[in-house]
Write a protein that binds this ligand. Structure first.
Ligand SMILES: [Cu+2]
Length: 127
């Protein structure tokens, strides 16, 4: 899945979740491509990432985000701890000291497969 958001300062953030759905309670490898307003890769930024839910307070969820080489492409692993709407809050601090932030909403999906397997386990308990 691919999301794109542009900050007020014109910095573009592309968030790629390397799976078909943002499944809950599964490690989700992500890549983040950051482009400056002139279209060049934003290299050497420090990225702070907070995963929050707009509907409620959740425990702090702050996956580390690291740059892959000096490419302006960053990576990390998300873990969504419940189903529903999440906000991916990304703040970049550039070498110049300049900061900017975007918020990207994503839907955490409880996997049917997981529910089925729990049901099957319960059925097995009662038979
Ligand atoms: Cu929640």
């Amino acid at each position: 899945m691919r999301y794109q958001e542009t900050s007020e300062a014109g910095v573009s953030y592309e968030l790629i979740i390397e799976s078909e759905t943002a499944a809950v309670m599964k490690p989700l490898p992500v890549k983040i491509n950051i482009l400056r307003p002139d279209g060049t890769p934003a290299t050497g930024a420090k990225i702070d990432c907070y995963l929050t839910m707009p509907a409620m307070a959740m425990p702090t969820n702050k996956p580390p985000i690291k740059e892959i080489g000096k490419t302006g492409q960053y990576k990390g692993i998300f873990l969504l701890t419940m189903g529903g709407l999440w906000n991916v809050e990304l703040t970049s601090t550039f070498l110049s000291g300049e900061q900017n932030t975007v918020v990207i909403p994503i839907a955490g999906v409880v996997s049917d497969e997981k529910e089925d397997s729990v049901d099957t386990k319960l059925e097995n308990l009662f038979h």
